[in-house]
Write a protein that binds this ligand. Sequence first.
Ligand SMILES: [Zn+2]
Ligand SMILES: [Zn+2]
Length: 340
Amino acid sequence: MKAAVVQAFGEPLVIEERPDPEPGPGQVRIRVEACGLCHTDIHAAHGDWPVKPNPPFVPGHEGVGLVEKLGEGVTHLTVGQRVAVPWLGKACGRCEHCLSGWETLCEQQINTGYGCDGGYAEKMLAWADFAQRVPEGVTAFDAAPLTCAGVTTYKALKVADVKPTQLVAISGVGGLGHLALQYAKIAGATVAAIDVTDDKLELATELGADIVIDARKQDVGAELKRHGGAHAAIALAVNPAAFEAVNSGLRRGGKLVMVAMPAHGTIQVPIFDTVLNGTSVIGSIVGTRQDLAEVFQLHAAGRTKVIYETRPLVSVNDSIDAVLRAEIQARIVFDLGAGS
Ligand SMILES: [Zn+2]
Ligand SMILES: [Zn+2]
């Protein structure tokens, strides 16, 4: 089977021929149909973050495909079933986080495409308990971006506890933002979408943004305040300045939810304003299995639209460059050919 491999940080990925991986106890092997390209994969390949993967490794945590082989003890999945393999590849199931509904914070977790090989491959392994069944009628290409971009933003809106009539600012309308915007609308919010390219601002309008803010020309904080200030701001743009800009547009009691992770990110949080206005700064990382099940349920019900373009896996390095040059409207999804 073919896999795109990070052999060393910062170097182009290499397409390698590898033997099919054998599922261990509790695992399944999946014939991958589609895998989205998340910005995290680029950070992984560059070794950008303090906790680093160990090359060689196969990135990809939006892998979707068909179960091909069951490891020992797997009884709830069957061969031929379509599943998605998210960032949360495995959690311990025993710690305080796992037991309190916060398995995403488990300190023993293994992350797909980071701590183990991911979906930039024709075949991959997954822990069966964490492979999410994809409902009938949801294509592998739609399911792929939902598996990280979808669940991550869906969870961020839950963390923000968004209520109908509230104003929600979505900072960055890309792979994550275009879904965040839709979840905010589903939650009943008025949505202000912020970006710096014309095509993303147009996409935001098409997807139902009530207010569109061009951060190249407009003062984000002042614009949000002009509308009363945001009850919640979801920071998805990979740029610390964008976090500060949107934080300055919160209304009293508002919440900044940090989701994007710039390679080197620190923001100034003004103490006086934060205390006086009672605002919060919260981090939100991906979502649980239940969150992903809900994301798929919404999509199966026709309530979300996933914007993507498909490319072959051999284009992996060009595709990464295109994302870094901000040329991609929403998401690239690699077509691994298992569906054809
Ligand atoms: Zn991701
Ligand atoms: Zn745990």
